[in-house]
Write a new protein. Sequence first.
Length: 870
Amino acid sequence: MENEKENLFIEPHKRGLMKSPLKESTKENVPPATDLPSPNLGPLTTPTKPKEVSQGEPWTPTANLKMLISAVSPEIRSRDQKRGLFDNRRGLPEAKDCLHEHLSGDEYEKSQPSRKEKSLGLLCHKFLARYPKYPNPAVNNDICLDEVAEELNVERRRIYDIVNVLESLHMVSRLAKNRYTWHGRHNLNKTLGTLKSVGEENKYAEQIMMIKKKEYEQEFDFIKSYSIEDHIIKSNAGQNGHTEMCFVELPGLEFRAASVNSRKDKSLRVMSQKFVMLFLVSTPQIVSLEIAAKILIGEDHVEDLDKSKFKTKIRRLYDIANVLSSLDLIKKVHVTEERGRKPAFKWTGPEISPNASGSSPALPSATSDLEVRRSAKENCAKNLFSTRGKPNFTRHPSLIKLVKSIESDRRKINSAPSSPVKSSKAESSQNSPPFPNKMAQLAAICKMQLEEQSSEPRKKMKVQLARSGHCKPVAPVDASAKAELELTTPSLIQPLGVLPLVPSPLSPAVPVILPQTPSGPSYAIYLQPAQAQTMTPPQGLSPTVCPSHCSKAAGAKESTDASTEKTTNNTPRASGSSRSGSLLLAPERQGAKNRTREAPGERGSKRSSTFEDCISNKKYKEDLKGLENVSATLFPSGYLIPLTQCSSLGTESILSNKENSGTLSPNRRIYSSPIAGVIPVTSSELTAVNFPSFHVTPLKLMVSPTSVAAVHGGNSPALASSHPIAIPNPSSAIVNFTLQHLGLISPGVQVSASPGPGSGTIPVSPRIEAISIVPENAGCQQGRATSSDSSVPGQSQPNGQSVMVTGTQQPVPVTPKGSQLVAESFFRTPGGPTKPTGLSCADFDGANKTSFGTLFVPQRKLEVSTEDVH
DNA sequence: ACCTCCCGCCATGCT
DNA sequence: AGCATGGCGGGAGGT
């Protein structure tokens, strides 16, 4: 059914590229379709294997190369698109000809494309080259997997790899079987913001630190301590060993196919999101594959570090990394530790402010406008369906059925042109001959982008201003809060942004999807109970972080590093720091309207199980106190994350109120960069950060106390409970350390802190050295980020950065309105208030986390050399 | 020898 | 049963 339609649609580029000779894959080639053009393939069937089209084709490897090259270079790409593509579609290979020039000789020979030519990264570039970064929503942006596979001459399997990752970033969404819709980067910032928030909730930063610490300790033979920590980690991850994967969805981008949903929480998609979260959360924004793999595995299975598993994870991470690299979100670098060099990736994407999705976050009203626009544009269609279906609640068991029905409706709807947006698309699609339309689209897109950009910056600017004013006064709260929104705010907050899932057996894990309000998109995150646990511990981190940073700072040696890091770090950190327990998206509130959707029953069941486990696990409950913060965190399962501005505002306001107390915000380990292992945050960086930093630091201080308390008292007990082992560790020492520092630091602003702590930390972690990153260009990164953000060249950059920053802070006084509404909406669950669940979950986690926070990650000196990957 | 990661078998689950 | 998805890991290309 749908398929047919699908086929009908012509992708923008589709036809363009023909194929490369890739091996054709082994598989069969089915000649059938042969023509590329025929979009209409048959009915549903997906063309089985790709193409052979080329079968006959003489195609030369060179052609491929060319394509690749073009793909790689934007210029060429654009050029091609404009002129070439058209040609291609018809014929194909004009490119080939051209290509010959360069490559012809040798490559020619290689009849076979070299392995590199077949790399996922290149394939991804080709794939991306076919679609505009910022597609005109009005136009048909459908992607037929089969067609793409054919055109690119690859097996469909490869396309799945790419699409899955893109889907995790909401750059595409599945429409139907074999059919996806291209969203480009319109949703990217939001998605990243959401992921960041979730990552914070999950305390990935802490996890990273833990791992590093472990390693460090191991080196030193601190085995015992290590063991303890492991436990902690494990517990955090999923005490039961459940993994919990979660998938963060955006409102209009939910998975529609049931089948998809069933696997939604698995693998690549989730891995990709988590991987991205690591970058967003870590201060240096450099993540080594090893650490990423450990963390990802950790969640799933506690520790089993089977080598095989580890290897598999690494393989997958490479797959994901290749796609992310193609998106210019990360680049390969090497981290040099004492031990040696390890492959790692550095985030080169836009900086994101926490939660609210990049753009939205901070803003005050101004942003809202913009967002609204976007949302409207971007999300409308999608959202529509989402909205409509769902009732407002979160998931309640009873609701599940409804949900299913709803989903089915959605599908129908989606498939049907009916939805306004889509309909338009459909039309356009029909019309759209690939290129011509494309051109038109591009133009349209450009306009849109420009508008957005211009508007965004403005907003941001405003926000910043506002913040500056507000923030300072409120400093603690604001900084942290705004940064992330997440706010550590206690359970109370959650209601707003997060919907705690009800523990009900049925739907525990069920994802909640908030229908987006028209105004803003909402996000749904699917969490499994386990995760929630994982996430948890609200407090702890902050202290540790500081040290690490400090250490780095001290070590920080290389200016270069610092610079690079700065770019990356700035915003993130703040967020990171904030996240501590809070996580929560809570901040977000969705528009009052939002309704949550339920997750499909399936998931629910799964999750529920996990959830239960979690509960049982919950040994940690004891820590009631933690609950507040924790609860939010814990309940990942339930979070809804509305990105919309409104939400942001509301949350902020809420947060501010609640949080101001500072408890929430404890945040923040602002600067810690657990991930890379090294996180050199230099004072300079801090300075660079500017406002955020200030605010943050104070916050940190604020936090520290809490965290400290938690650590000492709460945590340890909790830990003990959770794990039999209570080990005296270095960790405790570290903790003390950190605490001390904190105290010391408090007065000092971030800057002072960085240096000071570092020194202080040092004792704890011998290693702390700074990491030197050798980035290609410090400056570049930033630029890149921005560029990536906005299609439009120049403008964007500044914006991006500014945005980030602004995003971070949400100091601005929030407008309550949204928040209230939101809160209400959240609460009203059909079944009843969800909150309880949240609480329970929160409890246990809190304990653990804290411990984490305390942990200090020893930093070894890391040197990061960016080598461009390939 | 190690790092990457392509390739495609085959399980899973929807239709 | 057939097909779409995609988990997974063997093993090969690159360095």
